[in-house]
Structures are given as C-alpha cells and as structure tokens.
Design a protein around this ligand. Structure first.
Ligand code: KG4
Ligand code: ZN
Length: 364
C-alpha cells in the first residue's frame, strides 16, 4: 500500500511517500524543508514563526513528495500525520492539511506519535528490528529508553527528568559560539578535541582514529581539566538529568570568563560529549542487563552524533546484541518515519476520526 506522510511538529516541514508490503518498507520520496536558517537568527525555534513557515511550505513540499515518488493523489491508500507531541500551532498546520487531503480523496488518515515515528525510522533497514526490542530515542525534545512491545506500543523504562540531550547540546553549543542547532558542529568540535587530547594526528572525519582517541580520553590530562557530572541518575531508575550536566557546563564556562581564563573549546566539547555519551551508555548497559537478548534501536536527531553511535555500538557488541541505527537522513525529523509508524498503525486497524485534535503533550 501507498502512504503519504506529513510531519510538522517542530521546525521542519516534511512530506514523504512510502510503500509498505508486509514488514518491508520503501521510501519512494522524502522531502524536508528546514526552517533552521530562519530560527537561527533567534538562537532557537520561535513557535509563531514555525507555524507560518509550515503553512507556507506544506503544499509545495507535499507536491514535491508526490512528484518525486511518481505517485498521484488517486493512488494513495492513506495519509499519516504527526499529531503529538510538538509545538501545537505547528502540529495543527500538518494535521489540518492531512485531514483535508484525506477527506477530499475519501481515504483514511492516521495520527502518529512523533516518537513512534522516530522509532519507526529503524524499520526501513534491510534487516529491521522486530518487537520486542529496546529503543533509545534522543532528540531536541526527548531522551527516553523504551521497551517496544509491538509495532504500535511501547513502555517507557527510563527518561530525562528535565532537559533533553539535544537541547543541552544546543544550549552549551551556543555558549561555545556554535549556531543553532549546535549538534552537528558540536560533534565535529568534540572530534578535534578527542584527537588533540590523545595527541593523535588524524583528520576529525577519521572515525576509527576518533573512536580510539575517545576511548583514551579519561586517562588524558584534558579529562581532568573540565570535570562534569554524569547525566545518568543514581539509583534503580534508568533516568537521566541533562539539566545538571548543562548547568555545570554553563557555570564552568562563566567562571572561566570571569577569571579571564581562555577555554579550549575543542577540549571542552570533548569533555562534555564524553560525559554525556558515557551517561547514556551506562543506562543502556543497565537496561540491557534487565532485558537480556533484546536488540536495540538508536533513533532521533541526536542519533546522528558520531561519538554516541560508536560508543553504543560498542556497548551492544559487548552484550552480544544487534544495534540498529538509521542513516543520518532518517535521524532528524522527516516524513518517511511518520509514514512507517502510520503504516503499522493502519495495519493495526487505526483510523483517526475527523474531529481528532493535535496535542503538545506526550499523550493525546
Ligand atoms: O529529532 P530532531 O530532528 O528534532 C526533535 O524532535 O527534537 O532532533 C534535533 C536535535 C537538535 O537538538 C540537534 O542539535 C540534535 O538533534 N543533533 C545532534 C546532531 N545532529 C543533530 N546532536 C548531537 N550530535 C549531532 N551530530
Ligand atoms: Zn524529532
């Protein structure tokens, strides 16, 4: 079957056409119009501007998705759309557009949980994970560990108690002079820092050299220079606190500024990344000990982080389980992942009513 999927929960207007057949999914098109250049001027997403930009872009993006896929409106079997969580004004643009399209074509539409969408990004793989498995969803708004029990259900087994991992990267990155969203630039700067701390001559794009330098990092002098608290919470819960880590980083940077001390930005980015990634690795390791044998999916915008990808791959290797990490194009917000989640919701018999509303919260 053919599904048109729409995503507009934050700062990307996205549309995709996907084909689903049993457990095999194909991305026929996946168009993303990013608003980040606009929001960058303000150092973060401005909700009102996001809603207007979605309204302006959504028709064009959808037309492009259909044209690229070579699929006409008449061939579609259903429309899938993110209806929660996210910015309410932004979500409503996508929801109303998808509803109108479905009603005008006389086809059903399904509402999709944005986080289920991120998890479903893993289903495009040639050997995709099959429930039950563990999913670690890390994005600008979420940092959660889930026990995925079926293609449509999940139980949260750990989560951040405050900031999300991506949000903390963006805020600390801003203080290091990196543009919003800081994630990708932070990733590169940290790679330089790991190499320098290990006194290794290699390009920051040399994944193996950087991973080796990452492993050596705790023994280097640089690691002691910027001590930061782990985001992994103590106790039995598999929870995180990125606010604690972020605040400690912000205080350290401010104190250095007041004392007129120069910060080594690359080494600082490395120390921050190391602490953040090790905290996540620790909780995933504990989650795997409680759910032995389950495979893992690492998803969401922060799943693009090269250090996190390498470190969690090592954790899973040691535990003898497979890790599924989508390609970079499926980590950040996109329409295809919403189509994949919508496809499974459709198969499970879900059909949204015409009075369905959007919700900013994690539950509808
Ligand atoms: O999933 P996403 O596109 O949007 C939300 O649902 O929030 O995630 C965006 C987040 C931003 O905070 C961005 O800085 C972060 O993902 N990000 C990264 C990297 N690429 C994007 N964080 C760390 N390393 C990266 N390479
Ligand atoms: Zn997202």
């Amino acid at each position: 079957m053919l599904i048109l999927a729409i995503e507009s929960s934050c700062d990307e207007t996205a549309a995709a056409v996907i084909r689903g057949e049993g457990n095999s999914l194909e991305r026929l098109s996946d168009i993303v119009a990013s608003q980040v250049a606009t929001h960058r001027l303000y150092g973060g997403v401005v909700p009102e501007i996001a809603s207007r930009a979605h309204a302006e872009a959504i028709s064009g993006v959808t037309e492009q998705a259909l044209a690229t896929a070579g699929v006409s409106l008449a061939e579609l079997d259903a429309v899938a759309v993110t209806d929660h969580p996210g910015l309410i004004g932004a979500l409503l643009v996508g929801l109303n557009f998808a509803k109108s399209l479905a009603v005008s074509r006389g086809i059903p539409y399904v509402g999709v949980d944005h986080i289920n969408g991120h998890i479903a990004a893993a289903y495009f793989e040639e050997t995709p994970p099959a429930p039950p498995f563990l999913a670690l969803a890390v994005s600008g708004g979420h940092t959660s560990l889930f026990h995925v029990t079926s293609y449509t259900d999940k139980t949260e087994i750990g989560a951040t108690r405050d900031d999300a991992m991506g949000e903390a990267f963006d805020k600390v990155g801003r203080l290091l002079g990196l543009d919003y969203p800081a994630g990708a630039a932070f990733d590169r700067l940290a790679a330089e820092g790991f190499l320098r701390a290990a006194e290794k001559e290699a390009a920051p794009t040399d994944r193996e050299a950087v991973a080796e330098a990452y492993r050596a990092f705790p023994k280097t002098a640089a690691a002691k220079r910027y001590p930061l608290p782990s985001p992994a919470q103590a106790g039995d819960a598999l929870d995180f606190s990125f606010s604690g880590l972020k605040t400690a980083a912000v205080n350290l940077l401010h104190r250095a500024e007041q004392l007129g001390e120069e910060i080594d930005r690359a080494l600082f980015a490395a120390a921050y990344t190391y602490t953040a990634v090790e905290g996540v690795a620790k909780q995933l390791d504990r989650a795997l000990a409680r759910h032995p044998g389950l495979e893992v999916a690492l998803v969401g915008g922060v799943a693009a982080n090269s250090h996190l990808r390498a470190r969690l791959t090592a954790v899973c290797e040691r535990q003898g389980v497979r890790i599924h990490i989508p390609p970079l194009s499926l980590c950040g917000d996109n329409g295809a992942m919403i189509g994949a989640a919508g496809y499974y919701a459709y198969l499970a018999g879900e059909r949204a009513a015409s009075d369905r509303n959007a919700s900013a919260a994690d539950t509808l």
